[in-house]
Design a protein around this ligand. Structure first.
Ligand code: FMN
Length: 205
C-alpha cells in the first residue's frame, strides 16, 4: 500500500519498509511490477544493462537475487568488477527504485543447489544452450539441443542445465525511492553497511 495515501505523511522508516516489501512481492509473483528489473554491470568499456527476473529479496540481509547462465557476459563482468545496480519502475504505484551494491556469483555451492531445486523444467531450459550465451552463430538459433525449442525438457534433459546455473546475489549498499505524486514528487535515499541501515534522508526529487 502506498504510504502517502490519504494525506498520511510517512516516516523514512515506513518508506524503507515499503520499498523492500515491493521488492519481496516482486520476487514472489510474475503479476507484480517488480518481478523484473533492469540489472546493470560495469564492463571494460562502460556499463551494461539487461532485464532479469528478481528471484529473491531480503530486507533483513539487504540482498536481491537473480539467476543467470554462468557463461553469460554479466557473470564475467561481475567477477571482474562487482559493482552493480538495479532499476525498477512500477507504473501502478508510480514508484521507481534504484539499488546499488556489490554482487557475488554463486555456482556449485549449497545456495545454488537450494535455488536450483526451486526452478521448474521451463526455467531449466534457460541453462541448456549448447554454445555459450552471446556466442556468434552462423544462423539465428536458440542454441538449445534438438527439439527443445518446441517442448519443455524432461527431468533428465533439464538436469544438464545445472552446471550452467548461477545465482547472483547483490548485497545492497544504497537504495533510492522515488514516488511521482500528483501533489508533488517525493524522493528518499537509504545507506546500508552490512545489514544495518546507516543513513536515511529525504531528497529533492
Ligand atoms: C523479461 C525478461 C526476463 C529475463 N530474465 C533473465 C534472467 O532472470 N536472467 C538472465 O540471465 N537473463 C534474463 N533475461 C535475458 C537478459 O536480459 C540478457 O539478454 C541475457 O541475460 C544476456 O545478458 P548478458 O550477456 O549481459 O549476461 C531476461 C530477458 C527478458 C526480456
Amino acid at each position: 500500500m502506498n504510504p502517502f495515501i490519504d494525506n498520511h505523511q510517512p516516516s523514512l522508516g515506513e518508506i524503507e519498509r515499503y520499498a523492500w516489501s515491493l521488492l519481496e512481492n516482486g520476487s514472489r509473483s510474475p503479476k507484480e511490477a517488480f518481478y523484473t528489473g533492469t540489472f546493470g554491470t560495469v564492463t571494460e568499456s562502460g556499463i551494461s544493462l539487461r532485464t532479469v527476473v528478481l528471484r529473491g529479496a531480503s530486507p533483513e540481509e539487504r540482498i536481491t537475487i537473480c539467476y543467470s547462465d554462468e557463461r553469460a557476459g554479466k557473470v564475467e563482468e561481475i567477477r571482474h568488477r562487482d559493482a552493480v545496480s538495479w532499476l525498477f519502475w512500477d507504473e501502478g504505484t508510480k514508484v521507481q527504485l534504484r539499488l546499488n551494491g556489490r554482487a557475488t556469483v554463486h555456482s556449485g555451492d549449497s545456495l545454488t543447489a537450494e535455488h536450483w531445486d526451486r526452478t521448474t523444467p521451463g526455467n531449466r531450459r534457460s541453462y541448456l544452450a549448447l554454445p555459450a550465451p552471446g556466442s556468434v552463430q552462423p544462423v539465428a538459433t536458440s542454441g538449445l539441443p534438438e527439439g527443445l525449442d518446441s517442448r519443455q525438457p524432461t527431468e533428465e534433459e533439464g538436469a544438464a542445465g545445472r552446471e550452467n546455473f548461477a545465482v547472483i546475489v547483490t548485497k545492497v549498499d544504497r537504495l533510492e525511492w522515488l514516488w511521482l505524486g500528483k501533489g508533488g514528487h517525493r524522493r528518499a535515499g537509504f545507506r546500508y553497511e552490512g545489514n544495518a541501515c546507516t543513513g536515511a534522508s529525504w531528497l529533492v526529487p
